[in-house]
Design a protein around this ligand. Structure first.
Ligand code: IP8
Length: 253
């Protein structure tokens, strides 16, 4: 059986979040080359950056139901997904797009149901499923936003991966400007006020939102790492199971 690795690369890494739909093509190509060298078993999730957050905010999607907002936000993140998929293909991987809008239902902003059988089949056949933060139907409020971080946590619960890694634009979880080697739920009260918001427009919670997803996961026994995907070589390093950034661990017992 293939050992699954789940990698999320944040929208702050792949795009300039201050400028509408502005992809960092060189960075995407560099990360695609690192991924292509990592072998099989990868499930990739990417953030939306300036391809989704700006539309989601403009249409107030987190608060109100907007048919046009759903379509425009989804189309926008699909454009970024298409760019990522194409760069992965050119780098020598076998990517396939997986759009959460088509396989996920939320309730109150949280994933209530998500089809993942197709993701397992793809990985078993040597493909790289490429998911992304998206808009999704929500049983309690019509539609909502599902972040890449929430997708990672959900996928990790159902696929039981060997590696869960979140590539961000920071060196990990920072405290006094320095990355922590590890973080657990007990540390939150100490470091909480320092957890920064993301640069540019962000409707899903920046570093704090990320950590909340990963600490829940860690409490269920799945550790993960938050590392800097802007530093060349670190994607390859974490996918090889080596240390980088901050390890998110379960409670001390
Ligand atoms: O960038 C957000 O996903 P994220 C998705 O992973 C949208 O938080 C559509 C804003």
């Amino acid at each position: 059986m293939t050992v699954i690795k789940i990698l999320k690369v944040g929208g702050s890494v792949l795009t300039d979040k201050t400028r509408l739909e502005s992809a960092r093509i060189e960075t995407i190509e560099r990360i695609a080359a690192e991924i292509a060298r990592c072998g099989t078993g990868l499930v990739l999730v990417h953030g939306a950056g300036s391809f989704g957050h700006i539309h989601a905010k403009e249409y107030g999607l987190a608060e109100s139901f907007s048919p046009e907002g759903i379509l425009e936000t989804h189309r926008s993140v699909v454009r970024l997904n298409d760019l990522v998929v194409e760069r992965l293909r050119r780098a020598g991987s076998s990517p396939v797009p997986v759009h959460p809008l088509s396989c996920t239902v939320l309730r109150g902003g949280r994933i209530e149901a998500m089809e993942t059988e197709q993701v397992v089949e793809m990985v078993d056949r040597g493909l790289v499923p490429v998911l992304h933060g998206d808009v999704a139907m929500d049983r309690s409020k019509g539609a909502g936003i599902v972040s890449g971080d929430q997708l990672v946590a959900h996928l990790a619960r159902s696929l039981l991966p060997g590696i869960v890694a979140l590539g961000t634009a920071a060196d990990g979880v920072l405290f006094n400007g320095e990355p922590l080697a590890e973080v657990r739920r007990e540390d939150l009260s100490r470091i909480g006020s320092e957890l920064g918001a993301s640069a540019g427009v962000d409707v899903t919670g920046g570093m704090r939102g990320k950590l909340e997803e990963l600490l829940d996961l860690a409490d269920e026994g799945v550790s993960s790492v938050i590392f800097n995907a802007e530093r060349a070589g670190l994607v390859e390093r974490v996918l090889a199971g080596k240390r980088a950034g901050t390890l998110v661990e379960g409670r001390r017992i």
